[in-house]
Ligand binder design. Structure first.
Ligand code: ATP
Ligand code: FE
Length: 355
């Protein structure tokens, strides 16, 4: 089974070819065109600019993915495309491109939930068995999922405001560090004293797996402003200590909520318990180390896919498409682009529906 995948739901235009053979899946090519430079001056992704850039780059990305994989349209079995959730202009660009390919070649079309793509990545990279626990932590998302199948997810909880990556980016901006903020804050934190500033651990006093990160960012803002008022500016030391304090708070929140999610997941007695992470924030060494410790406490395997498959890419979409294809899922030319598409409603019968 050889599948072309397309991804254009945020600020990366991506195309990939994945082949699923008797020995498991193989990524034959994975092309990702980031748009960071296009949005740099605006302090965030500009939907209009993103949509136009996707429309311009999709054709060449598909061509590059097919050349690199050494396959032609005749070698493909299906085309899979992110059909939500995301910025609607970008999702539409991808869906239109995929429909064009399907119409021109007669290949089956499969709409894939972007979050399902992230959630299934540990199956692509490590062939883990269902059910496993997934913590999706990126710039736009933060949620715990029990993954039971390509269309079968139970959401245990998630952020009620900002995603952690967004918080890292905002904290970096507050402290005058470069974007993306995650790696910059992590670098500063390595030389900082996490105990100097007492930052909050939001929602730890409440039961359940929901999280909140926007108050934490505001606490960093207040601490910064207090320092500025007191002595006119921040020293390197202040910056490092604030980053260390912030990162430690994020680590504490994620670790405790992961323990709760693990407890719920382990109630189901999975034969080989696995907790996997996906999303760009999974690159953070402190977060990874702490999650590994939590996994060990539950005698579970901890799995973090390689970073290029953790962040937005089309290989995960092609792979998720392959699992759906195997289940018989096919979409028609009426496949809708969905700006919102919660994962735990992605069951057959709900597809193509509204929000
Ligand atoms: P989506 O949420 O749709 O998956 P995204 O582009 O916002 O898309 P990713 O590409 O998965 O998310 O990840 C980018 C985010 O990860 C950024 O917010 C970035 O700051 C964060 N990040 C990257 N490296 C680190 C790190 N070492 N520590 C913390 N955060 C990091
Ligand atoms: Fe994503």
């Amino acid at each position: 089974l050889t599948i072309l995948g397309l991804e254009s739901s945020c600020d990366d235009t991506a195309a990939a070819i994945v082949r699923v053979g008797p020995d498991g899946p193989e990524v034959l090519s994975s092309i990702v065109h980031g748009q960071t430079a296009l949005h740099e001056d605006f302090g965030g992704v500009v939907p209009e600019i993103a949509a136009r850039a996707h429309a311009e780059k999709l054709d060449t990305s598909v061509a590059a993915a097919m050349t690199e994989a050494g396959v032609g349209f005749g070698d493909l079995d299906a085309v899979a495309v992110t059909s939500g959730p995301g910025l609607i202009g970008g999702v539409l660009s991808g869906v239109m491109c995929a429909k064009g390919i399907a119409a021109g070649t007669g290949l089956p079309l499969i709409g894939v939930n972007h979050l399902a793509g992230h959630a299934l990545t540990p199956r692509l990279t490590d062939g883990v068995a269902y059910p496993y626990l997934m913590l999706l932590v990126s710039g736009g998302h933060c949620q715990f999922l029990i993954v039971r199948g390509p269309e079968d997810f139970t959401r245990l909880g998630g952020t009620i405001d900002d995603a952690p990556g967004e918080a890292f980016d905002k904290v970096a901006r507050l402290l005058g560090l470069v974007q993306p903020g995650g790696p910059a804050v992590e670098r500063e934190a390595a030389n900082g004293d996490a105990g100097r500033f007492r930052l909050p651990r939001p929602l730890l006093d409440r039961p359940g797996c929901d999280m909140s990160f926007s108050g934490l960012k505001t606490a960093v803002l207040r601490a910064r402003d207090a320092l500025v008022a007191e002595k006119g500016g921040l020293t390197r030391r202040d910056r490092a200590d604030l980053c260390a304090g912030f990162q430690a708070a994020v680590v504490d929140v994620l670790a405790e909520k992961t323990r709760r999610a693990m407890a719920l997941y382990c109630q189901e007695n999975p034969a080989e318990p696995v907790i996997a992470v996906a999303g760009g924030v999974a690159a953070n060494g402190a977060i990874r180390a702490e999650l590994e410790t939590v996994a060990a406490q539950f005698e579970a395997r901890f799995l973090a896919p390689p970073l290029k498959l953790c962040t937005d890419n089309a290989a995960m979409i092609a792979y998720a498409g392959a699992e759906l294809f195997a289940l018989g899922r096919r979409d028609g030319m009426d496949l809708a682009a969905r700006p919102r598409w919660p994962l735990d409603q992605s069951r057959p019968g709900m597809l193509g529906g509204g929000k």
